[in-house]
Design a protein around this ligand. Structure first.
Ligand code: ADP
Ligand code: MG
Length: 632
């Protein structure tokens, strides 16, 4: 038996303790996570070692963590019945830092970083974080499977040295007694500890029990409170259980627990991956989008665990931005619990997990698509975000495109529920392209003048009304299953083989015979238009504007202008319908009336395309002039 002795901390530890004691004041609570994580490790180690040697349990296989709070004396005790330590282990584990260079690294942190305990917690110096809040720390420990007398007591004020002495301990495991500093009294309050454990350790697989003098209801014969233990955590990592052992309600409750969403998720996907990379993921699709969904830097819903220990939340490295609305948990067996965001960013394992999770999420959507009603809810909430994926995710491009749903002239219903495959299956013989029109609202898309010829010929047109649709379609969705997309308000009318030769011939002849009218119109509109011509794309409308295929339409211009982009001035082509009565009668008019008519038709065409008028008052005046002179 040795006598109590005093030993000096390794220099690196001294530096570290100096920092712990003097600098840290934000996120101090992380010391609890660190000490509990050590206790869980100790329990896991005992479980593992006892696989070949039952005797290590010393008769009790129930491993647990106990927390005792005493707010009268400012004492917090964290106790486990895990593996424990020998005297030699105590000296090296609680007197040195295993990883060399850690203190150097810490010294290089900025003053601001030094104040944040969260950062310190990432460097694998967990035990020493006890000194952030404690003026004295005592550790009592005995290795499982050794004799009572082999216990060790370690004690330090964190000031350069520690003492160790032998101790009789009838229980194996480790007890850490913290004498809290005056400014850290809150950590001896039951509610505070509960809150922290709920946050960090609710779903670790070791039960955490807590005792306070106040929560005891049982009295002994002298009327003194007897200790009663409260369970403070769920004690099971839900995602680690087998799927068939988890009820839908449990899944839903867990979702609410991690998101604080009061609504239920639409669906979820729970997977364990084994092999080269080992991780478990439990991903949820919420039933509604948060208000800040368009802020790409906003809160993300994924939490990272490493072996059931909570590491950090709001992580964005495991899913692409266009899936930012997915919530859930990733638990990796390969990452270190000291992993930081910076490390995650550079880690090739993380890249692999990210691409696997992306596929899982898209699979989850594909499965949900079989349930039309819920898929509709999903698409209404998140469809426009999903579309961003067409620009971000080349690998899954085709998959994302087939997950999209559209309004269409096929049914003219105000429900986005038609797929591109639906469209292709209904394409007419001789039709080569998928036609669409972009507008600001469903109604205006339905009534777009450009659609008239398509309706007449029974050719389906997709009606796109999302803010980003024009941009997506121009740049990132130009083809689907070898069919090209065509914006029917841009470029020449192209109906493929459905084109009627007779109609075309008529148009050419008409143009020849009315050259004079065209040049009169051009004179009125001047350099506001690129061209004026007859068209056969209109049925009920007298006129419309079209722009060239490469030019931006009004929707995209508005987005770009809002982003302070300087845009080239594009001029539309003004197209007129030779069959329309107004156009037929137009020729007879001269002077001011002819001018008014052309101005009005041109402005109408801009309005119908969703544009804004440069001079609305002037437009109204001209209409009023025409109303006064009632006939044309
Ligand atoms: P890390 O956990 O990253 O190794 P820590 O500073 O948290 O670093 O702990 C140092 C070492 O002390 C651990 O690796 C472990 O060997 C030992 N240790 C700490 N707490 C316990 C405990 N409750 N039971 C057994 N060993 C412990
Ligand atoms: Mg640790």
């Amino acid at each position: 038996m040795y006598k109590k002795k005093f030993l000096s901390f390794q220099t690196e530890v001294k530096q570290l303790l100096h920092l712990m004691i003097n600098s840290l004041y934000s996120n101090r609570e992380i010391f609890i996570r660190e000490l509990i994580s050590n206790a869980v490790d100790a329990c896991d180690k005992l479980h593992y070692n006892a696989l070949n040697n039952d005797a290590l349990y010393e008769g009790d296989q129930n491993l647990f963590i106990e927390i005792e709070v005493n707010n009268k004396n400012n004492i917090l005790v964290i106790r486990d019945n895990g593996i424990g330590m020998t005297k030699e282990e105590v000296i090296s584990n609680l007197g040195t830092i295993a990883k060399s260079g850690t203190a150097d690294f810490l010294a290089k942190l900025s003053e601001q970083q030094k104040k944040d305990a969260k950062l310190i917690g990432q460097f694998g110096v967990g035990f020493y974080s006890a000194f952030i809040v404690s003026s004295e720390v005592t550790v009592r420990t005995r290795l499982a499977g050794t004799k009572f007398k082999n216990g060790t007591q370690w004690y330090s004020k964190g000031e350069g040295e520690f003492s160790i002495e032998p101790l009789m301990l009838n229980k194996h495991g480790t007890e850490i007694i913290l004498k809290l500093k005056n400014n850290a009294k809150e950590f001896s309050e039951e509610y505070k500890i509960k809150e922290i454990i709920k946050k960090y350790s609710d779903h670790i697989n070791i039960p955490v029990k807590m005792i306070t003098v106040q929560n005891s209801k049982i009295k002994d014969k002298y009327g003194k409170n007897l200790p009663t233990w409260l369970s403070v955590n769920e004690a099971n990592a839900l995602w680690k259980k087998n799927k068939n052992e988890i009820s839908d309600d449990e899944y839903k409750n867990f979702y609410k627990h991690i998101t604080n969403d009061y609504m239920e998720p639409l669906t979820w996907s729970h997977n364990k991956v084994e092999g080269n990379l080992e991780y478990t993921s439990l991903l949820y699709l919420p039933s509604r989008a948060p208000i800040d969904i368009y802020q790409k830097e906003g809160i993300r819903g994924l939490k990272l665990y490493v072996q059931r220990i909570f590491i950090m939340d709001n992580i964005d490295q495991f899913l692409p931005i266009y899936l930012r609305f997915i919530k859930g948990v990733i638990d990796s067996n390969d990452l270190s619990i000291n992993v930081s965001r910076e490390i995650l960013q550079k880690n090739p394992q993380v890249e692999k997990i990210k691409s696997a999770l992306t596929k899982r999420v898209l699979d989850m959507f594909n499965k949900l698509a079989k349930d039309e009603k819920n898929y509709q809810k999903f698409f209404d909430q998140f469809g426009s975000i999903l579309k961003e994926g067409l620009s971000e995710d080349y690998v899954n491009h085709a998959n994302i495109a087939s997950l999209l749903r559209f309004y269409t002239t096929y049914n003219d219903k105000h429900i986005q529920n038609q797929t591109l495959d639906n469209y292709i299956s209904r394409m007419k013989e001789g039709q080569h392209k998928i036609y669409y029109v972009v507008s600001d609202s469903f109604k205006s898309a339905c009534n777009s003048p450009h659609i008239e010829i398509f309706r007449k010929k029974g050719i389906e047109v997709l009606l796109l009304v999302d803010r980003i649709d024009e941009w997506v379609m121009m740049n990132h969705l130009t083809e689907f299953k070898n069919k090209k997309f065509s914006d029917i308000s841009k470029g020449d009318l192209d109906l493929g083989n459905i084109e009627d030769d007779k109609e075309k011939k008529n148009l050419i002849e008409h143009t020849k015979s009315k050259e004079n009218l065209i040049s009169r119109i051009k004179k009125v509109l001047g350099d506001r238009v690129a061209d004026v011509r007859f068209t056969h794309r209109l049925v009920d409308s007298p006129a419309c504007i079209v722009i060239s295929e490469k030019d931006m339409g009004f929707q995209m211009r508005r987005i770009m202008e809002a982003a302070n982009q300087i845009l080239p001035n594009t001029k539309p082509i003004f197209e007129i319908n030779p069959q329309h009565l107004i156009i037929i009668k137009l020729e007879k008019n001269i002077d001011q009336k002819f001018n008014d008519l052309i101005e009005v038709l041109f402005n109408q065409a801009i309005l119908a395309k969703g544009g804004t008028l440069e001079d609305p008052v002037n437009y109204i005046k001209r209409i009023n002039n025409l109303l006064l002179n009632d006939s044309i």
